[in-house]
Design a protein around this ligand. Structure first.
Ligand SMILES: Cc1cc2nc3c(=O)[nH]c(=O)nc-3n(C[C@H](O)[C@H](O)[C@H](O)COP(=O)(O)OP(=O)(O)OC[C@H]3O[C@@H](n4cnc5c(N)ncnc54)[C@H](O)[C@@H]3O)c2cc1C
Length: 531
């Protein structure tokens, strides 16, 4: 069901673009933060003016109606939605675009399309919401293919079953986050998986990238929510993994396809573990003079066995900018947003225990936030990506990246990654800043999330963002972090991934690809694919 007009040159739906009021508030915060006037505003070219390379192949007659070559069809799926992707679109010319776009609405239609690609040497790129920020859907494939076809899977979105006994939902992989939750709501269930891209990303895309929602602890990664899945291979083989809560029969097949980013098969259906809709909520904020004291408090909270829904420590810079954006109070030091949610149990005892731990680490608690604050935070969270389009208008270079490290290295990694990124921002942009927060916490470690802003130059924004990204990625690797806790590998992280995926393991996955995708057409160009 379309809920809006998908924006071929920006984030989300055209109808939901940033309002003038949101743009003014953002401009004020950025001007204060960057110390510059945002005067040189340039709107993007109209979609029809963005030049694409001519299609190299045509769809065969038996696929007419299923496969399209129109300009908007191709532009919409020509890149993901990283800052650099959007900056490229604004240059008015894309060097790469899919030659064709398929829009199957059933597994059988998908199989017909895939069979043709398999026989014709056409690379096939699965596409869910297209919200990849790592080049996962970019049609950059090695030489040797007749062309590239992007497979938009949003039409494969049927909800097949909601089991209130097993607390699972079985749905087509192309279903968008809100549609999945709409199907679960009448049963008192929810996926409770809210990546910031929730409104515009799909169940299959989440699984294919091992995404994480905004909750900080307990079942935060989608791979922990997969009970079973169906995978379609280019030669027509269909694989259904067994629906069981757990198993010990060899390496887990669900884990082979979770994170496979479209290169080992197309996930067409997922049986996912749902959870009861929370009814009880409490949120507090705790202030710490120093970021590392906040980290220590967080570690004790999760290692005590408490599982807060919100456990987000904002560093002093993030704290100041988010307060400026929301009109809240700016504190010196770091702020920990602490929250608990539960369907049945009272959350007050857990909150009291967590606050006691925070206070023992020097945290001072503000009056508890109203219950509604979590919902209003979430709606701001979902609006933020629309503001990136405004930043591009003002030539502000702005991007996020994330990692995870064990607790023992957390404070050091935060400092070294922040310093290296700031140095790169200042070298590339002259003026700018870096903000950081924690996003997910585990008993053994933490995920750190960085945002940087810099004063860019129209015409050079993608290159500037790329230079900063390279310096930040090198710092992440040097700090011993994963190159991605939840944004995936894609094409962009390939060269930074050697420690995440040791060489013999890469070879084993390549062998699996040869077996599952003998013609090598599925999303070629990822790390485990030749070329
Ligand atoms: C503004 C913004 C905020 C974001 N916030 C978060 C966040 O909070 N947490 C997070 O984890 N990520 C986040 N992301 C990244 C992105 O949204 C996730 O990676 C998401 O899981 C991608 O889902 P999608 O449906 O859009 O997949 P796509 O972007 O369409 O595809 C991603 C990859 O998966 C493959 N793929 C897609 N569907 C299938 C399928 N059915 N079978 C096989 N392969 C498939 C594609 O080929 C590609 O390699 C964000 C991105 C943006 C732009």
């Amino acid at each position: 069901v379309p809920h809006g007009t998908r924006n071929p040159i920006g984030w989300g739906f055209v109808e939901e673009a940033a309002t003038d009021k949101e743009r003014r508030r953002l401009a004020r915060a950025l001007q204060a933060f960057l110390g510059i006037e945002l005067s040189d505003e340039r709107r993007p070219p109209p979609p029809e003016a963005v030049a694409l390379p001519a299609p190299r192949i045509a769809a065969p007659p038996h696929l007419s109606g299923l496969v399209h070559a129109g300009h908007t069809d191709r532009l919409l799926r020509a890149t993901g939605r990283s800052y650099a992707n959007l900056a490229h679109i604004r240059s008015g010319r894309l060097e790469h675009a899919p030659d064709l776009v398929a829009t199957p609405t059933s597994e059988d239609e998908l199989e017909r399309v895939l069979e043709w690609a398999h026989k014709s040497g056409v690379a096939a790129i699965p596409f869910g919401g297209g919200s990849s920020v790592v080049g996962g859907v970019d049609p950059l494939v090695p030489d040797g293919f007749a062309g590239v076809m992007t497979l938009d899977l949003q039409g494969i979105c049927e909800v097949h079953e909601v089991s209130t006994v097993d607390r699972t939902v079985t749905a087509g992989a192309g279903i968008l986050g809100p549609d999945l939750d709409r199907a679960l709501a009448p049963h008192g269930l929810t996926m409770r998986h809210y990546p910031q891209s929730y409104l515009h990303s799909t169940l299959g895309g989440w699984v294919a990238t091992r995404s994480a929602g905004h909750y900080a602890t307990h079942l935060v990664k989608i791979e922990d929510r997969v009970e079973a899945m169906r995978v379609l291979l280019p030669d027509g083989r269909r694989i259904d993994t067994l629906r069981v809560p757990a198993s010990s029969v060899g390496p887990d097949p669900n884990r082979l396809w979770a994170g496979s980013e479209g290169a080992l098969g197309i996930i067409t259906q997922v049986t996912a573990r749902a959870v009861p809709t929370p009814k009880h909520r409490q949120v507090s904020s705790v202030h710490f003079a120093r970021f590392d004291r906040g980290l220590e408090a967080m570690r004790d909270i999760v290692q005590a066995g408490l599982q807060p829904s919100h456990l987000r420590l904002l560093d002093p810079y993030e704290q100041a900018v988010s307060a400026a954006m929301s009109g809240g109070r700016v504190h010196a030091g770091s702020t920990l947003i602490l929250g608990f949610e539960a369907a049945e149990l009272d959350v007050a005892p857990a909150m009291a225990a967590a606050l006691r731990i925070a206070s023992a680490h020097g945290g001072s608690t503000e009056a508890a936030a109203p219950e509604s604050s979590a919902a209003s935070w979430r709606s701001t969270f979902f609006r933020t990506p629309y503001l990136r389009d405004a930043m591009l208008d003002w030539a502000v270079v702005a991007e996020t990246f994330e990692t995870a490290v064990p607790w023992s290295r957390a404070a050091g990694a935060y400092a070294s990654i922040r310093d290296a990124t700031l140095e790169a921002v200042l070298a590339v942009c002259g003026t700018g800043g870096v903000l950081a927060r924690t996003t997910h916490a585990y008993p053994d470690g933490i995920s750190l999330y960085f945002t940087y802003y810099g004063r860019g130059r129209h015409g050079a924004l993608a290159e500037q963002a790329g230079e900063i990204k390279a310096a930040a990625s090198a710092a992440v690797v040097a700090a011993g972090g994963t190159i991605s806790h939840h944004h995936a590998m894609g094409r962009d992280h390939k060269r930074w991934a050697a420690k995440d995926v040791p060489a013999p393991y890469q070879e084993a996955i390549r062998a699996a690809k040869r077996s599952l995708d003998p013609s090598g057409i599925l999303n070629p160009g990822l790390w485990w694919c030749p070329g």
